[in-house]
Design a protein around this ligand. Sequence first.
Ligand code: BJ8
Length: 422
Amino acid sequence: IKAYPEMWKDLDMDVERFDKMRLMLGDIYEKTYLSQKNRPSGMAYFDNMIAEIHGGRIKELLAAKKEGKPVIGTFCVYIPEEIVLAAGGVCVGLCGGSQGSVPDAEKILPRNICPMVKSAFGFKAGRICPYFQAVDLVYGETTCDAKKKTWEILDNMVSTYVMEIPQMKKQTDQDMWLAEVKEFKTKVESLAGKEVMLEELNRAVKTMNNKRKALQRINMLRHTNPTPISGKDVLLIEQIAFYDEPVRFTEKVGELCDELEQRIQDGVAVPGKNAARVMVAGVPMALPNWKLHNLVEGAGAVIVNEESCIGTRYYKDLMDEDGEDIETILQNLTRRYMQIDCSCFTPNNERIDQVLKEYRESDAHGIIHYSLQFCHTYNVEEIRIREACEKENIPYMFIESDYSPEDVGQLQTRVEAFLEQI
Ligand code: BJ8
């Protein structure tokens, strides 16, 4: 992973500390990713995205800012990205998947809240994330309590805009959501210093649809049995989806898909024909959280689907294209985003059905539900997923974890026992 100390200094980062983290990330990446055998050659682009994660992409963001384009950081797939793109802006998913920044957060936030929130907050508090330092604005939402209340504290360090996401999907909630989308559009327009026009909005809708279609395509290809790509590699692509430039990303995923089609024809399988196939459901795995995938694939199985926001929840739904006027597009957009079945909603029956659907489509042999500690909504919703799996005789395991390495040994034993059953 390349170093850019001058640029980091200009971004007011804690350069010395960050440099150590960079080296650690490089080590972990080498062990987790580069040591895999038989990877598709199209992964080279994504390896390079990681090599340039603290430099090349940051330079692009800074160049966009220089041109007056808003750069908006986010932690949630509810951000209406189409609006940001239409205003000429850039959306970046901020990191929140590392234990390294948790102690920084715990100096301020309570310890017993979600590790994703602590990790993300710690990156800003410790000035150890160039993305956080580069953004004009952080987009927050009222999904879970931990995030909702953290935005108030984060706002002291970086300007944080909060969009209200309702917790139910009744008509009154839909109306409110649409009003919130419009307000967000006004905010983005004021940052960009220009109004979003119909043509630009339609173009942005197409760009996002194409990106989501490319991700759907790779997910469909990995569902092939035997699968032509490791779960770790697809997870990485799903993580990079949140910070890469969307048009280039779409093209590169498309090229990789062409290669995977060829691999399927040639019978090239990763890791092998008889490997156990596992589907993961639950909370998103923010970069660089590769813990569960590492354990499962280290034990000889392969992950074939992520029912998660770093996964299908981000790309399963598309939008109608070529809207006739802005009002109609914003209504379509709100409808599209309302289909995301985050556990913060009640009731959330759609998600139970979606998990079963993805299980069937992915030809998996079992489901691991993955939650982060103190994530109440996913931890409670897990009960309903488990019941649904029991009813359908689907092998099922529940894991609740954090980012620390402490439970790795215990998890490994549990994962291995589960894999023997399926
Ligand atoms: S749409 S899943 S990205 S909110 S794991 S921080 S919920 S305590 S991440 Fe999420 Fe948007 Fe929903 Fe998706 Fe809170 Fe739970 Fe932590 Fe979470």
